[in-house]
Design a protein around this ligand. Structure first.
Ligand SMILES: Cc1ncc(COP(=O)(O)O)c(C=O)c1O
Length: 442
């Protein structure tokens, strides 16, 4: 099979018709490209006009084991034939308990854990907010500028990725205080690592906790190990450990949002494992069930509610999603996909660094494992963000058979399935370089 294979430049006639119907009947959300899928397998998407495109987006870091993995499909079909729903918060079934046990064991820390299942990342973070408030009996949270934790009113209060995500929705949950993230390429304090001595972490203790966020009122700090929607920003070594120490010293909870960085994406099972920090609460969603709706908050067992009825939902821990999740974890383990992500990620970083050398408009290349990105700038001296060239490259890419997603103000992310075959990865990188070449000469 030749990939990519473009028979009619996307969007073709069938795609245009569906896009039109979608625009008429669906609520306005965040659509980024007129790519209309017919079916997909592994890392290749067939669109409704018969084009074959290489997927470097994985459904926003969801399809870590690829589209329609046979073992995941089989587990879903089998479970769907047995039962599709039994209100897992009111009654019992084994597959949910088995998944919770497995998640408890595979997340950082040897302590006993409890799991709350929801259907999305935002719900996982809402669950974290509620259990943290309930346990600590405090109501403030620290989070970071550039963070994305979801769009429901509680999680939205912690999200600080783009002003338009918040505009018009005030008041959200009160008590969220944001701190600049460890964005070394654009250090908010104009310092350099390591001589900065992690000023961007120390300032929490030195300024925030002594002024706007009294520690006795802070329930927890939400942190992404790699800031995702904010631009795939990788904090410097030692930063996460410093954050964890500050949380411990001031007795508030470390809440690790692994919704995008989890499940091997960064070359470790969890992004936080690039440090020694152990979170009190870890939230996961996206790739955890290969596209079936699932989110989970995995927390220290002693944080759990003292009585029933404090938090619940109808669909959380849905048996079909649990089956998809267990099968996904089996595939990850059997195919050693975490190690593969680290190795393939190094290769991707090398190839992207070579491209950075060749194209002046790439200001930065960054990432961990297969969570890679390039940031586009008007000039390397000014570092002025160039979203226009980023958007043009994204469009040119799908027209030539490569599916990409933007992030941050002017970055593109490269997040193929962790098991993408080498020849398909190379073909995708070639399309990408072709787009860079055209952008450089246009
Ligand atoms: C780090 C992080 N947390 C939370 C969310 C929200 O997840 P969902 O869109 O499933 O609500 C996202 C989504 O992109 C995310 O990247």
């Amino acid at each position: 099979m030749k990939v990519p294979d473009i028979k009619v430049t996307p969007p073709g006639p069938k795609a245009r018709e569906i896009v039109e119907r979608d625009r008429t009947y669906l609520a306005t959300t965040t659509k980024s490209a007129p790519i209309v899928i017919r079916r997909a397998s592994g890392s290749v998407v067939e669109d409704v006009d018969g084009n074959l495109l290489i997927d470097f987006s994985s459904g926003i870091s969801v399809l870590n084991v690829g589209h329609a993995h046979p073992k995941v499909v089989e587990a879903i079909s089998k479970q769907a034939a047995d039962f599709t729903h039994f209100a897992g918060t009111d009654f019992y079934y084994d597959i949910q308990a088995r998944l919770a046990e497995r998640l408890g064991k595979m997340t950082p820390g040897k302590h006993r854990k409890k799991v709350f299942f929801g259907n999305s990342g935002t719900e996982a973070n809402e669950a974290a907010i509620k259990v943290a408030k309930s346990h600590k009996k405090r109501h403030m949270f620290l989070a970071f500028l550039g963070a994305f934790h979801g769009r429901t009113q509680g999680a939205l209060a912690l999200t600080a990725s783009k002003a338009k995500q918040r505009a018009g929705f005030f008041p959200t949950m009160p008590g969220a205080v944001h701190i600049p993230y460890a964005y070394c390429y654009r250090c908010p304090y104009k310092l350099e690592y390591p001589s900065c001595d992690l000023y961007c972490a120390n300032i929490i203790e030195d300024a925030y906790l002594t002024t706007v966020a009294p520690p006795e009122d802070v329930a927890g700090i939400f942190v992404e190990p790699v800031q995702g929607e904010g631009g795939y920003i990788v904090p410097p070594p030692g930063w996460m450990d410093r954050i964890a120490k500050i949380a411990k010293d001031h007795d508030f909870l470390l809440i690790d949002d692994e919704v995008q960085s989890g499940l091997g994406r960064t070359g470790k099972m969890w992004g936080i494992e690039h440090s020694k920090a152990v979170p009190d609460i870890l939230t996961t969603a996206k790739s955890i069930a290969s596209g079936l709706p699932m989110g989970a908050a995995v927390y220290r067992a002693d944080l759990d509610y003292p009585e029933s009825g404090k938090h619940s939902n109808t669909f959380g821990g849905n048996p079909v999603a649990c089956a998809a999740s267990l099968a996904t974890l089996d595939v990850m383990e059997q195919d050693d996909l975490v190690a593969r992500s680290a190795k393939t990620g190094d290769y991707m970083a090398k190839r992207l660094d070579e491209m950075k050398e060749r194209y002046e408009f790439i200001g930065d290349r960054r990432g961990l494992g297969m969570m890679q990105a390039t940031e586009f700038v008007v000039s390397r001296q000014s570092k002025k963000a160039d979203p226009k060239i980023r958007d043009a490259i994204e469009e040119d890419a799908y027209k030539h058979g490569l599916i990409l997603l933007p992030c941050g103000e002017s970055s593109l992310r490269y997040i193929p399935a962790l098991n993408i075959p080498k020849d398909v990865l190379d073909a995708g990188l070639e399309v990408l370089e072709g787009c860079f070449k055209r952008a450089a000469t246009s």
